[in-house]
Design a protein around this ligand. Structure first.
Ligand SMILES: [Zn+2]
Ligand SMILES: [Zn+2]
Length: 650
């Protein structure tokens, strides 16, 4: 990829980056502890102000760099480290600080998810004894996780430090940003801040997941005080309404987290991303920017959401005698709004299928996100009372999810509607990577039923492409840059873009899950790792599926199971009958009979020498059965089924 160097960092940016060392005096330390006390007191209030937050250099010196030694940095970090040398240094630092107030000058950014992957976004900012969290999302299981419903971040670091947490700030209501909250809030009942639609989408989960939600609604432009942090919500455009970036004022400077965004000059709700506020924040000085990287491989600009409406209108105009079905993401309220408006314009009634679609439309109407006359909607049962040209069906399932309305329509399992020759089906989405084959199956099935399917160019992404990423970096002019929300290649390319715009390479940090980045006014660096990774959720189990369960499921799914029942005379310790073998998912029945007979003989030979009376524990027996049988099966079939031995004392 070619990245042109468009311009150098402005002289101001260079100036902002100049290290300013302030030496500690008795007075300034006293002042510091007062400020700290004030911050601590204010945590109980957590008021939402509509006032502008104070960006840029604080009027009074909030930061005191006692000395720039490693000891200090380690102590500031307060994270246990595996390096014994480091531990020693940390203890020394503690000793040293007994004579001075324990004052930290470093901000920690703890990456718990969403970096090196797309999904389960979660980041913590920590300063002294105060933590705020940005987003708390889930990801969906990959193919090597049989039976797993969802994957959430391992947030042990937060549960262990729950007393420090001042709140969770949610950028927007997509699952990869809110999906882990039902699990997280059960363990960590802290206040959640978000815009109206975001909180409504979170609250919608309460029916199913039963958790308590303590929340405060904010509007774009609001500033929330949370301990020593103040968080300003800044409006951005995205594929869900109510999306915001966060400008977080920390004691050492402003950290700007973009959330997911695009720059849409013609947004459906006429509320464009607040570029002037972003420019203002950039002008006052941004210490560190965390920028989403999803579309950084794509050149140019992301098309406006309203361009999709124009394409859809063309389809409506060309299909006036046919019945129209449109599948899209349930959370894309703007898309849904455009579809309903077109239906009204072309004299069609709207039937909504799919639970999440119904819930989201209902929620959007309830909170005033959009308004439609009730007359517009009809129950799906009533569809057949209307002519084809009078019907528009909005459904879920644009990703080919097997249980979704569209999949069932395509496979003929939807008993209220039958797809036929006079139907035009539009998939207004891109398949998310990994879902392509499911989507293709749905498209094939729809064609088999006689429908016409339109699935190209009827979607606009919600994520910024290269020119928008450049605009954001140029407006913010951050000293430090951290690419987030992307796989490693996205993070790397996004950091190259930042570098081409003048961010110094040593000021760019590519994070990974579990990394603790240390940020001071003088440097940014990876400092430590905390426990992190994946928690797998299976049915009612909450993040408690151990990897051995998964390993067993994989063996069962790949090579099957063989149960061995051995009946032993309780007194003599001899075999009463031949061993009994049951196989499942292992061999085809034709080959099974001979194989099982031979396997029995292998077992009889192996157990000849085995003294059941002297047996110390069950493991001894298990090994005596497993080893010869596994070798035998592997030689015969090249498979290694799970072997489950059982002793029955007769
Ligand atoms: Zn999103
Ligand atoms: Zn996202």
């Amino acid at each position: 990829m070619k990245q042109k160097v468009n311009r150098k960092a402005s002289p101001n940016a260079e100036l902002r980056g100049t290290p300013i060392e302030v030496s500690a005096t008795a007075d300034s330390l006293k002042f510091e502890s007062k400020v700290a006390q004030k911050y601590l007191n204010s945590t109980n209030e957590q008021k939402i102000n509509n006032h502008e937050s104070k960006y840029g250099v604080p009027k009074k010196p909030r930061q005191v760099h006692v000395s720039k030694t490693n000891n200090d940095n380690l102590n500031n970090l307060g994270v246990s480290t595996a390096n014994p040398q480091a531990k020693k240094m940390s203890i020394n630092a503690n000793k040293m600080n007994k004579t001075k107030p324990n004052k930290s000058s470093a901000l920690k950014i703890v990456f718990l998810g969403g970096v090196g992957e797309i999904g389960k976004n979660m980041t913590a900012l920590e300063y002294n004894d105060q933590i705020i969290i940005v987003d708390c999302g889930l990801s969906f299981p990959s193919n090597d996780m049989p039976g797993i419903d969802v994957v959430i971040p391992d947030y042990t670091y937060i549960t262990e430090n729950i007393k420090k947490v001042k709140g969770v700030f949610i950028t927007h209501g997509h699952e990869d940003h809110i999906g882990a909250l039902p699990y997280f809030l059960k363990e960590c009942p802290v206040t959640v801040y978000g815009t109206k639609l975001t909180l409504t989408l979170i609250a919608n989960k309460q029916k199913e997941k039963q958790f308590e939600l303590k929340s405060k609604t904010v509007n774009p432009g609001d500033v929330v005080k949370a301990g020593c942090f103040s968080v300003e919500f800044v409006r951005v455009n995205h594929s869900v309404a109510g999306a915001c970036a966060l400008a977080i004022t920390t004691p050492i400077g402003v950290v700007f987290h973009t959330g997911d965004y695009k720059i849409d000059f013609e947004p459906i709700d006429h509320n464009m991303i607040d570029l002037s506020r972003i420019a203002e924040i950039g002008k006052k000085g941004v210490l560190c920017m965390m920028g989403e990287s999803t579309n950084c491989e794509k050149e140019g600009h992301t098309p406006s959401e309203s361009s999709v409406g124009k394409t859809l209108e063309k389809i409506f105009a060309e299909n006036q005698t046919r019945r129209i079905f449109i599948a899209t993401f349930a959370s894309n309220i703007y898309r849904v709004q455009q579809i309903i408006e077109l239906a009204v314009k072309y004299g069609r009634k709207v039937a909504v299928v799919g639970r999440s679609m119904l819930n989201n439309i209902e929620a959007a109407i309830r909170i005033g996100e959009f308004y439609f006359d009730k007359e517009v909607f009809i129950d799906v049962d009533k569809i057949n009372k209307y002519e084809d040209k009078e019907i528009c069906v909005i459904s879920t399932g644009s990703q080919g999810e097997p249980a979704s309305a569209l999949s069932r329509l395509a496979s003929g399992d939807f008993n209220k509607i039958e797809i036929g020759k006079n139907d035009t089906v539009i998939l207004s989405s891109y398949p998310i990577p990994g879902n392509e084959s499911s989507v293709n199956r749905v498209i094939n099935n729809l064609y088999k039923r006689g429908a016409i399917v339109i699935h190209e160019n009827v979607h606009a992404s919600g994520h910024a492409c290269q020119e928008e990423l450049k605009t954001m970096i140029s407006l913010l002019k951050p000293k430090y840059f951290i690419p987030v929300h992307g796989e490693y290649r996205h993070l790397k390319i996004h950091s190259m873009i930042a570098e081409s715009l003048g961010v110094k390479p040593e000021n760019i940090l590519i994070p990974e899950i579990g990394m603790v980045a240390e940020v001071t006014k003088n440097h940014i660096m990876p400092r430590d790792h905390v426990q992190s990774g994946e928690r797998l959720v299976d049915g009612l189990g909450m993040g408690d599926i151990q990897s051995d369960v998964l390993r067993e499921r994989k063996i069962l799914s790949e090579d099957g199971l063989c149960v061995v029942v051995v009946t032993v005379n309780g007194e003599s310790g001899e075999l009463v009958t031949d061993p009994y073998l049951i196989t499942r998912g292992f061999v085809y029945s034709q080959e099974a009979e001979k194989l099982v007979e031979d396997a029995k003989q292998v077992l009889i030979d192996a157990l000849k020498e085995f003294d059941f009376k002297q047996m110390k524990d069950f493991n001894e027996f298990r090994n005596a059965v497993r080893k010869p049988l596994r070798n035998f099966f592997y030689k015969q079939t090249m498979r290694t089924p799970m072997i489950l031995p059982i002793i029955y004392k007769g």
